[in-house]
Design a protein around this ligand. Structure first.
Ligand code: NAD
Length: 272
C-alpha cells in the first residue's frame, strides 16, 4: 500500500512515501502536480519555504478534494529564517501561504551554526500551541543531532537527508536508528543520475520494474521514507507503483556495493 505508514517517535503516523516539489517554481505547476499525486493516492507532500511554491502547494491541497486530515504536509524553515523569533514569523508566513491551520511536520532545513538550537525552541513552542503535529530536522549529521539533543525538550522525529545508492549514509542512518529518529530520503533518484547504472538495470529487469521503481523500493526496503519529485503524471504513477514487489538479499547486497559517498547537494558541514 502506497502509504507505507511509519509511526514516529512521538506517536504521529507519517506516510512512508510521498511527493517532493523542489524546483517546481511555478505555483500553477506545483498545484497541478500536488493534485495529480493526490489523485493517484499520494498523501505525503514535501515542500519548503525555500522552494517558493507554498502558495501553489496549498492550492493543490485545497483543490484535491481530499480531506486535509487525510494528508500529511511537510514544510521547512529556511536558513535565513532561523532563530527563535524569526522562526515563529517564518512559520506563520508559511502557513499563510499554504492556507493551512496546522502543519503535520516542520523541519529545520539545514543545521545553521549558532541558530538551530533557538530555531528548535520555537518549533517546540509551536507544537505546544497545537499548530504543528511533529518536528524534525534535515541535513543533520550525528554531531548536529547530539548537540541539538543537549538542549532540546522534544527529540527530532525525522531527519531528512540526501540518500540514494551512491550516498547510503551508513553513519547517520545507524545513529538515527539507534535514537528512533526516522530517516527520510531527499533526491532519492539522485535527480536522474542512477538510471543507467548496470546493477540497477539488472535488478529492474529481474523484477519487471523500471530503474526508478527499484531505487525507490530500495528506500522502502531499507526503512527510509522517500519523496521522489516529478511533475509528469506518468512518472508520478510509475514512482508510486512499488508496493507489489520486494528486493531480496542478493538485490540489497548488489545495491549496497554501489555506495560512493557521492552527493548531488551540499555537504552539511559547510553550514556549521
Ligand atoms: P529526485 O531524486 O526526486 O529526482 C527528481 C528528478 O528525477 C525529476 O526532476 C525528474 O527529472 C526525474 N524523475 C523523477 N521520476 C522519474 C522517473 N520515474 N523516470 C525518469 N526520471 C524521473 O530529486 P529531488 O527533487 O532533488 O528530491 C526529491 C525531493 O526531496 C525534492 O523535491 C524535495 O521535496 C526534497 N529535497 C529536500 C532537500 C533538503 O535539503 N531537505 C534537498 C533537495 C530535495
Amino acid at each position: 500500500n502506497i502509504q507505507a505508514t511509519k509511526t514516529l517517535n512521538d506517536g504521529v503516523k507519517m506516510p512512508g512515501y510521498g511527493l517532493g516539489v523542489y524546483k517546481v517554481w511555478e505555483d500553477d505547476e506545483a498545484s497541478q502536480s500536488v493534485q495529480t499525486a493526490i489523485q493517484h493516492g499520494y498523501r505525503l507532500i514535501d515542500t519548503a519555504s525555500f522552494y517558493d511554491n507554498e502558495v501553489g502547494v496549498g492550492q493543490g491541497i485545497k483543490e484535491s478534494g481530499v480531506n486535509r486530515d487525510d494528508l500529511f504536509i511537510t514544510t521547512k524553515v529556511w536558513n535565513d529564517e532561523q532563530g527563535y523569533d524569526h522562526t515563529l514569523r517564518a512559520f506563520e508566513a508559511s502557513m499563510n501561504r499554504l492556507e493551512l491551520d496546522y502543519l503535520d511536520l516542520y523541519l529545520v532545513h539545514w543545521p545553521v551554526k549558532n541558530y538551530y538550537r533557538d530555531t528548535w525552541k520555537a518549533m517546540e513552542r509551536l507544537v505546544d500551541e497545537g499548530l504543528i503535529r511533529s518536528i524534525g530536522v534535515s541535513n543533520f549529521k550525528q554531531r548536529h543531532l547530539e548537540d541539538l539533543m543537549t538542549t532540546a525538550n522534544v527529540k527530532p522525529t525525522v531527519n531528512q537527508v540526501e540518500y540514494h545508492p551512491h550516498l547510503q549514509q551508513h553513519d547517520v542512518k545507524a545513529f538515527c536508528e539507534q535514537e528512533s529518529i526516522q530517516l527520510e530520503a531527499w533526491s532519492p533518484l539522485k535527480r536522474g543520475d542512477l538510471f543507467d547504472d548496470e546493477t540497477i538495470q539488472q535488478v529492474a529487469q529481474k523484477h519487471g520494474k523500471t530503474p526508478a521503481q527499484v531505487i525507490l523500493r530500495w528506500d522502502v526496503d531499507t526503512n527510509v521514507i522517500t519523496i521522489p519529485k516529478s511533475v509528469k503524471e506518468h512518472r508520478i504513477v510509475e514512482n508510486s507503483d512499488i508496493f507489489d514487489f520486494q528486493l531480496d538479499k542478493a538485490d540489497l547486497d548488489a545495491i549496497k556495493a554501489l555506495n560512493r559517498d557521492e552527493r548531488v547537494g551540499p555537504n552539511p558541514d559547510q553550514f556549521g
